[in-house]
Design a binder for this molecule. Structure first.
Ligand SMILES: Cc1cc2nc3c(=O)[nH]c(=O)nc-3n(C[C@H](O)[C@H](O)[C@H](O)COP(=O)(O)OP(=O)(O)OC[C@H]3O[C@@H](n4cnc5c(N)ncnc54)[C@H](O)[C@@H]3O)c2cc1C
Length: 498
């Protein structure tokens, strides 16, 4: 078996992975593993922006902390929230140094926007609504120039090797399905979201929760998985209601767009004093209620009263995508419905990104740092990637690197099964019983059916990427269901109606 070594192996090259790689000491070797192509990630799709108080005034920072706690229903870890908010400014400065350009006004000041749950306009953006793409392009360019960083694309991490509570390395499958062993003094898991376990999601299909399942198999603590955030405004296409759904950023409501039901009535004032700019959990649950009451599978986003010229300039990506679907900003009622968007829970970490396995770190959407509580405040996740990425880099840079051996794994044969029907089944169970609203009976049914599928799959191991992805999807789904069952009370994104 091929063996590769680096001081640090980072699994995932979204914003978390790339940013951390750039902050690790340049005299230490880094390997970045990427499941498919470098350009495929949740990070690249981010539209709205990154929340950061650039004025760094006490009252403004306190307001950002308060908004994060309010959106999170105070289930947040206060120390983690303070790190997130207070270290935002210095991390934005670092992003600027790496070549990221945020939108500015004519006098050179940063342009900011409002999003749901934010009491002040503090969301920085780039290219109007191309924040993720612009940040990722800049960081990818930098990473490719660094001599100490090697990138392995089409290489999927499978299992972690842990000895005596210490991580030693991992196994992976390359583009030809050959096993590659990686040893490292430190491993950072930064594998992103879990969207593919639901029938419809804003995430790309690679979001199968691999890192969470892999870390769970290795024995780390996985927590708060019940808190799956549904984005209120994904474009609804009756011909393609499933799969990856195009997102219409919350920032469009920040610019004055209004949600309307099938009867043409604005309804969000019924659910929250901030109406269309209420936190995401409340907006998604309000839309769900309206769809239920009007026997419909969608509602509308109304921008017809707004300046269409301005909207097209402000949201060029959204406008372009809508045009291909026959709609326009400032012109049409746009059909939307909530879909799975963001995974709040995950691999439990401390304030330095450390898990409960030595030298194993977790970061970004697969990690549970505690910043989001029961519901994420919009645009706090890109911020989480950079703030905790820097904390991890600082921790690793201060460590003495140790020698590690090639890990040992025993794998069997590989058969090219597709697992399509199992995946379809997982998605339909999750969508029906573990969506925006949940009942005890439905969760128990989901638990039983998913457990049955998991037990069958584990009995017939198959050393292929499709097999491990499907196993990981089942593992993650079961973690969500079981955490949801343990929480009889509604809070944030976890809404029980029994
Ligand atoms: C449409 C959309 C819009 C969004 N808008 C915003 C926004 O405006 N503001 C905001 O703050 N947040 C936004 N988010 C959320 C935010 O983009 C993500 O939470 C964040 O980018 C996650 O970054 P990450 O580095 O953790 O994961 P990702 O960016 O998803 O990267 C994951 C990486 O892990 C790799 N990977 C996965 N599994 C494996 C494996 N087994 N082996 C090897 N590699 C693996 C992938 O190939 C990829 O490189 C948005 C998300 C979406 C989907």
């Amino acid at each position: 078996m091929r063996h590769e070594h680096a001081d640090t192996v980072i699994v995932g090259a979204g914003l978390s992975g790339l940013y951390t790689a750039l902050l690790l000491d340049p005299d230490k070797s880094v390997i970045l593993l990427v499941k498919t192509a470098l350009k495929e990630s949740n990070s690249r799709l981010a539209q709205g922006g990154i929340a950061a108080e650039m004025k760094h005034e006490k009252a403004l920072l306190e307001a950002h902390i308060e908004d994060t706690l309010t959106a999170g229903h105070h289930l947040n870890d206060m120390d983690a929230v303070k790190c997130l908010v207070n270290e935002a400014h210095e991390n934005i400065e670092l992003l600027l140094k790496e070549g990221v350009q945020f939108d500015k006004d004519a006098s050179g000041g940063f342009l900011t926007t409002l999003e749901g749950g934010h009491s002040t306009s503090r969301v920085l953006h780039s290219g109007g609504d191309a924040t993720g793409k612009d940040i990722m392009n800049a960081l990818q360019k930098e990473v490719k120039q660094r001599k100490n960083i090697r990138i392995f694309e089409q290489t999927m991490a499978i299992d972690l090797a842990v000895d005596n509570g210490e991580v030693q390395g991992l196994s992976a499958l390359d583009e030809s399905n050959n096993t590659v062993l990686f040893s490292a003094s430190n491993i950072i898991v930064a594998t992103g979201g879990i969207g593919s376990v639901y029938a419809a999601s804003t995430n790309p299909p690679i979001a199968t929760g691999d890192g969470i399942a892999m870390a769970k198999r290795a024995g780390t603590t996985i927590e708060k998985m019940a808190f799956v955030q549904f984005h209120p405004t994904a474009f609804f296409d009756p011909e393609n209601p499933e799969g990856r759904r195009f997102l219409i950023s919350e920032a469009v409501r920040g610019e004055g767009a209004v949600l309307k039901n099938m009867k043409g009535e604005a309804f969000m004032e019924k659910y929250h004093e901030n109406a269309d700019l209420a936190p995401r959990d409340i907006v998604s649950q309000g839309i769900h209620r309206e769809m239920y009451d009007t026997w419909s599978d969608h509602v509308f986003l109304d921008t017809r009263h707004l300046d269409s010229h301005y909207l097209k300039q402000r949201f060029p990506t959204i406008q372009k995508e809508l045009e291909t679907r026959g709609y326009g900003l400032g012109k049409d009622l746009i059909p939307i419905a909530p879909v799975e968007h963001f995974n709040i829970g995950g691999i439990k970490t401390n304030l330095h990104g450390e898990t409960d396995i030595n030298h194993l770190f977790a970061l970004g959407e697969c990690a549970s740092t505690g910043v989001h509580g029961a519901n994420r405040l919009a645009s706090n996740s890109l911020l989480e990637c950079v703030v905790f990425g820097r904390r991890i880099a600082n921790t690793i840079n201060s460590m003495v690197h140790t020698e590690t051996q090639a890990p040992v794994f025993n794998y069997g044969q590989a058969a090219s099964y597709h697992y399509g029907p199992v995946r379809k089944k997982i998605r339909s169970i999750m969508e029906e019983h573990v969506g925006i609203v949940r009942r005890k009976h439905g969760l128990e049914k989901a638990n039983k059916e998913l457990k049955g599928l998991y037990d069958t799959l584990i009995r017939y191991p198959n050393h292929t990427k499709r097999y491990y992805e499907t196993l990981n999807m089942l593992d993650v789904s079961l973690s969500i269901v079981r955490d949801a069952l343990k929480r009889p009370k509604s809070i944030g994104c976890h809404f029980r109606i029994d």
